[in-house]
Design a binder for this molecule. Structure first.
Ligand SMILES: Cc1ncc(COP(=O)(O)O)c(C=O)c1O
Length: 363
């Protein structure tokens, strides 16, 4: 537009080399029945009691929410066996991860994480002047903890462990994380991002509470976006030791956890809602097993997933597979020339994934 004034502002140079966050593609509205399996969302609508609480909260939407989110932090404190002041909330755990970077990472300080992993990590680090240190996953899509420990330097302030790892799916065991923590200086914060914890086989899930109790440099990241199905409301949290929790409170955006998000999250913690959510997690696990079995029968060799998603390490053919799937009514998430992630979604979508993956192999 010709009437725009000249914009001679000076942006931070750090922004020049930042990758853009690519969100999962929405399903195109072109008459084809399409399922969205590109963002690891829950296929279930919010539990009714949660929905009711969210709607009821709108009555008070002319007021700011409780900035301290006292009721929710008290409930989460009880759940995790910590003081409510050790719970730090924001607009999704992605925002809490940003708070961690702001609290810990100065210009030129380093943050180590596995790669590929959650794609927001390098953006959060780089946009705050930190230096992202991505460490390649193993051939089976797992964290290479040896290499990650070896990547720690005097400049390392934060390490992000993603378990189960998005997008590949494998998880870390308590023993593995204990062994890793033994090799990392205890002034380096180790964040354990368990956005998909609830989808893990409960028999072997990470002993997060014990790791937190034993290590003063461990912080936990959790979200209500996945199993709880509140992705659209934006709420997540950290459980931190007291000094870090205070620092997170200093850097976080005030009133990040909105009124409806606080209301929905609080009701999600009620025992009867938890029962329903456990049931849903079991359903997703069963579907994941069904899909993985069917894909194995077709000859696919995929990383073992403990998330609500499966990963096809297709390399150069990733974009082609995602397009092939899109044309057949299933929207997946392609990651450059690494692979393609498919969310375990509603049953029809999972059936379609099996059909499409089979058709791809038979071309
Ligand atoms: C590993 C991981 N951490 C955090 C998040 C962000 O969750 P939230 O919606 O709470 O910001 C995601 C979302 O996809 C994720 O995959």
């Amino acid at each position: 537009m010709s009437d725009q004034p000249a914009e001679n502002i000076r942006l931070r140079p750090a922004l020049e080399n930042l990758p853009a966050y690519v969100a999962g593609k929405p399903a195109a509205d072109d008459g084809v029945v399409r399922y969205k399996a590109s963002s690891n969302e829950s296929p279930f609508p919010p539990v009714e009691a949660v929905r009711d609480a969210v709607v009821a909260s709108l009555e008070g939407a002319n007021r700011y929410p409780d900035a301290a989110a006292q009721e929710l932090r008290t409930a989460l404190g009880t759940e995790h066996g910590v003081n409510p002041s050790q719970v730090s909330l924001s607009t999704g755990s992605v925002a809490v991860s940003g708070d961690l970077v702001r609290a810990l990472v100065g210009d030129g300080d380093e943050v180590v994480f596995a790669w590929r992993s959650f794609e927001a990590y390098p953006i959060l680090v780089g946009s705050h002047g930190g230096v992202p240190v991505p460490v390649a996953l193993t051939a089976s899509g797992e964290h290479d903890l040896e290499a990650m420990a070896a990547a720690v330097t005097d400049r390392t302030r934060l390490i992000l462990l993603c378990t189960p790892n998005n997008p590949t799916g494998p998880s870390l065991s308590t023993e593995q994380v204990e062994g890793f923590l033994a090799r990392v200086p205890d002034h380096v914060v180790v964040a354990i991002d368990e956005a998909y914890r609830e989808f893990h086989d409960p028999a072997t899930v990470l002993g997060t509470a014990g790791l937190f109790r034993r290590h003063g440099n461990v912080v936990l990241l959790r979200t209500f976006s996945k199993l709880q199905g509140l992705a659209g409301l934006r709420i997540g949290y950290a459980v931190a030791h007291p000094r870090l929790a205070r620092a997170l409170g200093q850097v976080t955006v005030p009133f990040g956890a909105s009124l409806p998000a606080q209301a929905g999250a609080l009701v999600s913690l009620r025992p009867e809602v938890q029962d329903e959510l456990d049931h849903r997690a079991g359903w997703i696990r069963d579907e994941r097993s069904r899909v993985m079995r069917a894909l194995a029968t077709q000859g696919w060799e995929l990383p073992a997933s403990q998330g609500n998603f499966v990963y096809f390490p297709l390399g150069e053919r990733s974009a082609e597979f995602a397009e092939f799937s899109d044309a057949r009514g299933l929207v997946l998430r392609a990651y450059g020339t690494d692979g393609v992630r498919a969310t375990i979604a509603e049953q029809e979508a999972n059936d379609r994934l099996i059909e499409i993956a089979g058709a791809w192999r038979e071309r």
